[in-house]
Design a binder for this molecule. Sequence first.
Ligand SMILES: NC(=O)c1ccc[n+]([C@@H]2O[C@H](COP(=O)([O-])OP(=O)(O)OC[C@H]3O[C@@H](n4cnc5c(N)ncnc54)[C@H](O)[C@@H]3O)[C@@H](O)[C@H]2O)c1
Length: 320
Amino acid sequence: MNKINIALIGAGGMANGVHYPSLAEFEDVNLVGLCDLIPAKLQATAARFHIENTFTDYKQMLEKTSPDAVYVLMPPQHLFEPVIHCLSQGHHVFIEKPPGLTLHQVQEMALAAERNGCKTMVGFNRRFIPLMRQVKAIVEENGSIIQCMSTFHKNSPAALYYDGIIDVLTCDAIHAVDALRWLGGGNVKAVASDINSFDSDRENSFNAIVKFDSGASGYLCTNWAVGGRIHIFEMHALGISAYINPEVDGRAVIHTSEGVQELTTVEAAGTDANYKAYGFYGESRHFVDCIQGARQPDTCFADAVKTMALVEQIYRSRMN
Ligand SMILES: NC(=O)c1ccc[n+]([C@@H]2O[C@H](COP(=O)([O-])OP(=O)(O)OC[C@H]3O[C@@H](n4cnc5c(N)ncnc54)[C@H](O)[C@@H]3O)[C@@H](O)[C@H]2O)c1
């Protein structure tokens, strides 16, 4: 078996909660080094995942461990420089969402990846939720998706991301934008949007109708000033409709003329462990498989440019 050597930058919440638990289960991965600026987090995480080599300077880690790939898991305002450095040294790179503060940053990262022949991936985990993938495959047995909806609601009207360095849509509601692009076939033809501030000084509700090249109509419905965290999706093809609520209901309901079929989040994932049922394990598996198979991951930086461009287009396409 060809083993992939992976170095890790960041010993924070996502690293410990979902990404390193996933990587630690892969037989074809060696965790060759871990870096964090905070010694206590560094040592606790290294001990938990049995990582021998620890560093507080990521450049030193890359020199000493010569990894094939690097996970860079840190807040978006600190991401650009280490990502560009990793790519300049020819390392494949995995990052969380958002891929950058601006479309320009992500374009630069995509160019650097291409110039250096690197595989890259953004952790848009909704695409890797087993329930979402299985239901999408069932719907697409009837043909391509002609209508789709991506809804993300929260109850935190004044939410501020990283002291205000980045807006709600680019930082967090981008999950719904990326999932909509995935459902609609990936390429956007036209957008009309309605953006509002509810009970907040900041814009916190982003709604759009998106026309895709595929012919599909996509609907984005996000609002951070409503009842609570509800993240649901609809996928429709000729003669079939699926309504998917992977978190709160933990199920999808699929309607055809033959009747109604249900599938649960846990059935689809084969486990109720959140890091598997909510797509994190699957996205890391996809990244490692793509390195092994010398192909670009589905959510590579070049693809993330399209999601960031859609975010920009939503801002530019207000109906008034
Ligand atoms: N996919 C999802 O559903 C989801 C959910 C939550 C967060 N996220 C994203 O995950 C990313 C990371 O979030 P988090 O909550 O894990 O962050 P965190 O703040 O818990 O961890 C980041 C870690 O990076 C370290 N760090 C910062 N700069 C460093 C540097 N130069 N060198 C070494 N270490 C450095 C910090 O010390 C910290 O330990 C964010 O971009 C966030 O938006 C995604």
